[in-house]
Design a protein around this ligand. Structure first.
Ligand SMILES: *Cc1c(COP(=O)(O)O)cnc(C)c1O
Length: 218
């Protein structure tokens, strides 16, 4: 069940920070997506390739974001239509996105995922790894990829100070590379988006607050 009141409230908050709201619809039925679309939502996020491609086939006129961990061998399924890939965390993945972008005749927009959390399980590049990539000539190496920003996930904790300092570190790194073509900072989910917005997020990814709790964790 969609919580339209929460959706409208979060949308308003995001707007007031000039941030984009990505509605994370993973595990949720197409009907929910269509209902939210009717209420003006344009950006949707999924984190499993098969689920994304199935939903995209039935709902083509929205911006589909891939927010999960992307395996190299699955890039080909989403490259033709994906609006933004949030979780690029290796050079080999960039290489594959470039290859599939070329095949589809389009430049694929991507964010580099940075590891900012104090947890074992989250994917992402370290700051030095990302720095090395961003200092290389990505445009020349990967002409069919547009690396237009960064993404990160804070530690799942009640400690607001810790979350804030993790977002802050990502924001500070982002500022060093910010340019006309590098403007997107994807950070903040249901539990921590207000902090993320305060710390400079330009894109929040919200699932459970809008769609309700998921039955199984993905
Ligand atoms: C599931 C997911 C979200 C949304 O999580 P909620 O806590 O339900 O808002 C955001 N980002 C990523 C990468 C996710 O996998």
């Amino acid at each position: 069940m969609i919580n339209l009141e929460r959706f409208n409230q979060i949308k308003k908050e995001a707007d007031s920070f000039h941030a984009t709201l990505v509605a994370v619809s993973k595990t949720k039925p197409l009907a929910d997506i269509l209902e939210l679309k009717k209420n003006g939502q344009k950006d949707f996020g999924e984190n499993y390739v098969q689920e994304l491609t199935e939903k995209q086939e039935q709902c083509t006129d929205v911006n589909w974001h891939f927010i999960g961990h992307l395996q190299t061998n699955k890039v080909k399924y989403i490259a033709p239509f994906v609006h933004l890939i949030h979780g690029v965390d290796s050079e080999s993945l960039l290489k594959e996105v470039n290859k599939q972008g070329e095949k589809s005749g389009k430049v694929v927009s991507c964010l580099l995922q940075l590891f900012i959390a104090d947890e074992e399980t989250k994917f992402g590049l370290s700051f030095p790894e990302a720095e090395q990539l961003l200092n290389s000539d990505l445009k020349k190496q990967f002409p069919f990829v547009d690396v237009c920003g960064l993404m990160g996930m804070a530690t799942l904790t009640e400690d607001e100070h810790k979350i804030r300092s993790e977002f802050k570190s990502l924001r500070m790194f982002f500022e060093r590379f910010k340019s006309a073509n590098f403007q997107t900072l994807s950070m903040g989910m249901t539990s921590d988006y207000p902090i993320a917005l305060e710390e400079g997020s330009t894109m929040i990814r919200i699932g459970s607050a809008i769609f309700g709790e998921r039955n199984y964790k993905k």
